[in-house]
Write a protein that binds this ligand. Structure first.
Ligand code: NG1
Length: 498
């Protein structure tokens, strides 16, 4: 299945925002014409996402439950078959126009991941698509204008929205005929070129999401997505703490370190359980779990996860944190190998590696995802539609436990995230949790439609007015807003191209 081409904004956005989006697209097209002296041939878009449950478990191989949001990255594109020059401009003057050249079949384009450069995200998509395309093509020249509305560093996946829309622009410009699945898989690998050891949730949500549904994304044995109906009467609000969490800069102490801590934990567990009996290296908890339960039939995923927690208590016993040497010894490896395999491409900075705590978070969080989906399915099948608030309370409790686990076991919250979540819980949120990588960025609250205004007002008064007293109404509306499950990536051609 390939990314759909649509000719009406109605099939992308909610009715409430059609006028605003229409004006936005008109402005982009006009500006494109001013810069390039012609009209775009097509416009691609890929949305950001909010993760409802399942934080920091995608790179351990466990399924997650995000939904796409209306905020997105839009790219207006015109092509030129007579050269291979790419010029990329941005509606936001903060990001200067860049030009680069295709470098020939052997080497598509060079990405200098040592600097924080906005156009690198485009190059990731460009390089990924051209290198993976089955047909070897000399790409067309491209003139591009980008407009993004996903706040950067907010945990709402601005980077995946940018990389996915870039990849889609390249596919469309060169008629590469890649499926959604291929686009997502390439975008996941491609984003690692900017120096972040990313999981796959964001790209999957940005490409596959469906209007009105959350999306269960599984990674093992292969990428698979399943729309999940949320209970009627569930409303979500997103609040950006405005603490910018930039994975590129903080990666060695935060995101990339957690990847190492979870991979080494899994590797040690595999060594304790299977010794040298296996031909393959297992370094995600999901791989270890699948191997361990391979011959034990009929145990539900939730029960498998519970048993895995017992194994973690038994084998990852050092709760004050491991040194590299201790991890190597416990995994039956030599220290240099640990460093070469796990800490060289994505370096880390830490005194000790807290494998036990990280494992407890990953396994309990994976279990929470299963519980959350189970409740949604039960509710969908409940013809009597038992009290909605009971269901929302159950889902909210799971979200609250997730936040607690992120804060205490995975250590990826921050005082501002804790604060907005507390305010939200005190003002009618059934559940409140950080969403995305954490260490700043955004939180998501679950409430009822009637309570949305009260909740937003309370967070404005108790968080934003105190910390950002100079903020205008527009700035506030940009920081905290209600959201609904939106559609994933699309190609839009419903405008006058001459
Ligand atoms: P954010 O920082 O929200 O884009 C990151 C990862 C996800 C996932 C979450 C934590 C990237 C591009 N995204 O999300 O894959 O691991 O953290 O659940 O690295």
């Amino acid at each position: 299945m390939s990314v759909p081409t649509v000719d009406s904004l109605q099939s992308i956005y909610t009715n409430a925002s059609l006028i605003k989006q229409g004006e936005r697209y008109d402005t982009v097209i006009k500006q494109f014409n001013q810069i390039y002296g012609r009209f775009p041939e097509f416009i691609v878009r890929s949305p950001g996402r909010v993760n409802l449950i399942g934080e920091h478990i995608d790179y351990s191989g466990y399924g997650v439950l995000p939904m796409a949001i209306e905020r997105d990255v839009v790219q207006a594109v015109a092509t030129d078959a007579s050269n291979t020059k790419v010029q990329i401009a941005n509606m936001n003057p903060k990001y200067p126009t860049r030009t680069f050249e295709y470098e020939g079949e052997e080497k598509v384009v060079t990405i200098d991941s040592s600097s924080l450069e906005w156009s690198n995200y485009f190059k990731c998509g460009y390089k990924g698509m051209l290198e993976s395309s089955k047909e070897k093509v000399t790409p067309k020249g491209m003139s591009i204008l980008v407009d993004g509305t996903v706040p950067a560093g907010s945990g709402l996946s601005s980077s995946a929205a940018f990389v996915c829309s870039s990849a889609l622009a390249v596919i469309t410009a060169n008629q590469l005929g890649l499926s959604k699945q291929e686009l997502t898989e390439v975008a996941i690998v491609a984003e690692r070129n900017v120096g972040v050891n990313s999981g796959g949730m964001d790209q999957a949500a940005s490409v596959f999401a469906e209007k009105n549904y959350a999306l269960y994304v599984e990674f093992v044995p292969k990428l698979k997505t399943l729309p999940v109906q949320l209970p009627s009467g569930a409303s979500f609000v997103i609040a950006h703490t405005l603490v910018t969490a930039d994975k590129f800069t903080s990666g060695p102490k935060h995101y990339n370190l957690r990847v190492v801590e979870t991979k080494m934990g899994a590797r040690i567990l595999a060594h304790c359980l299977f010794g040298n009996k296996l031909d393959v290296v297992l370094d995600t908890y999901k791989q270890v779990m699948d191997e361990y339960f391979k011959t034990k039939q009929g145990i539900s995923e939730q029960d498998q996860l519970t048993q895995m927690l017992t194994l973690v208590d038994r084998y990852l016993t050092n709760t004050t944190g491991y040194t590299v040497k201790e991890m190597a010894d416990a995994a039956g490896m030599v220290e240099n190998d640990v460093v070469a395999t796990y800490m060289t491409r994505f370096p880390v900075q830490t005194d000790v590696f807290r494998l036990h705590q990280r494992a407890v978070h990953v396994l309990t969080e994976a279990r929470r995802v299963q519980q959350f989906i189970y409740i949604c399915h039960q509710h969908e099948q409940d013809v009597n539609n038992t009290n909605n608030n009971d269901v929302l309370k159950q889902l909210g409790d799971i979200m609250n436990s997730s936040h607690e686990s992120c804060a205490t076991s995975f250590d990826c919250s921050c005082p501002e995230l804790d604060q907005v979540c507390n305010v939200a819980r005190q003002h009618g949120a059934f559940g409140a949790r950080l969403t995305g990588a954490g260490w700043g960025g955004a939180a998501v609250f679950l409430t009822t439609p009637e309570n949305v205004p009260t909740l937003i007002q309370a967070v404005k008064e108790q968080y934003y007015h105190k910390n950002f007293p100079e903020f205008s109404k527009d700035q506030l509306d940009d920081a905290i807003f209600p959201t609904e499950p939106c559609r994933g990536a699309t190609i839009f051609t419903g405008f006058d191209q001459s």
